[in-house]
Design a protein. Sequence first.
Length: 410
Amino acid sequence: MASVQTIIIGGGMAGLACAAHLERAQHDWLLFEAADRPGGRVRTEVVDGYHLDRGFQVFLTAYPEARALLDYEALQLRSFKPGARVRLGNRWTRVGDPLRRPIDLFATLGARVGSLADKMRVLGWKRRISTASPEDLLASPETTAAEALRQMGFSERMIETFWRPFLGGIFLESELRTSSRMLHFVFKMFGEGEAALPAGGMGRMPEVLAQTLPFNRLRLNTPVGRISDGAVELEQGGRISADRIVLATDGAAAQALLPDLPTPGFHGVICDHFAFSDPVPYGDWLHLNGNRRRLVNNVAFPTALHPTLAPEGRHLATVTCLTEAPLSQVCADLRTLFGNRTDNWKHLRRDKIQRALPARPHLEPPHLPIEAKPGLFVIGDHRGLPSLNSALATGRLAAESIIRGGTAGS
Ligand SMILES: Cc1cc2nc3c(=O)[nH]c(=O)nc-3n(C[C@H](O)[C@H](O)[C@H](O)COP(=O)(O)OP(=O)(O)OC[C@H]3O[C@@H](n4cnc5c(N)ncnc54)[C@H](O)[C@@H]3O)c2cc1C
């Protein structure tokens, strides 16, 4: 039977981060990934020259784990303008971050999403949170995001027209039942960095990370079927033993391999990609639907940041809905947002992602233990705050523990 020091199961951002830290320490490792490429939920596919991310997601440059691990220059990041354009009735209004773009001051103060007092509350919140560490935020008293916004004094109008679509697009749930700890963490990350896309799409992120690793240690198209007695069994046959095993799949796949883990919940999302010829003005802003009766939650135009994401002269719109509806209804809602120009938009693909984000309404404790038993680690975004940052953090923590030769908690 073949043997290696550490086996990593799953090559999403958590598994890759673990591999990268082990590699830096010249530790012996092997990673098995079921799919044809690394990246897991961060994936870009090229369809007829269009680079389509599997579901709209942004890279928050302030993520501390990403800053420590990823080569931002190689990613060639470009950012959306801070804030969002919000559709209210039949008009767009603009909510910016005047501290970063003073030019947005008057538009933001006049934005119809809330009162002047609401705008001041945003600034006060930003100031308070800038001095708090992520650890402080995770130790803060916990309630739902919706309740926390009310406790901070935001008006119902501000919550309905701005926070609900803005945060709904991040938490992938519109009730805002997500933990207030996640709310504060995400707000801090938006405030301290940019919401960016790499050239080539989000999939470039795992690609760049994987390129730093020895190719022969990444075994693609190799699903693991079973974990037993310090060894893994491959679905296609073969058994490899290891001193340490790191299970770096999503929560559901982890439970399939380790039935003692709790049954995870997920938030899903529906994403439609469209192509068109005439650029949309202000495409480098995130677009939110602030109308009460909405199907489309948010729209982004990735080619406004990176024109090479589409063939020359063509543009992309990525449309996110939090509930599923027929394409005709999505198109009708898009028409209310962008007018009849959308009649010429060509539908490219629908991504229906049922297991997009772990549902952890209570982040208590914020970080779940990552060592299931001695020598067996369980990592990924389902062990912390559901985000790329947690995926990377748990990968690092497992690697550090392995390198120390101790346990995750030691
Ligand atoms: C539409 C969408 C929008 C998102 N938006 C954001 C955002 O804006 N900001 C943010 O921070 N996060 C966002 N996320 C979440 C973020 O993408 C995830 O938190 C992160 O990618 C999780 O990484 P992971 O390594 O923990 O898990 P995964 O990416 O799920 O990786 C697990 C890997 O394990 C592999 N695997 C599974 N079973 C096996 C097996 N038996 N054998 C071998 N391999 C196996 C899978 O193929 C996969 O590659 C979004 C996610 C989606 C889908």
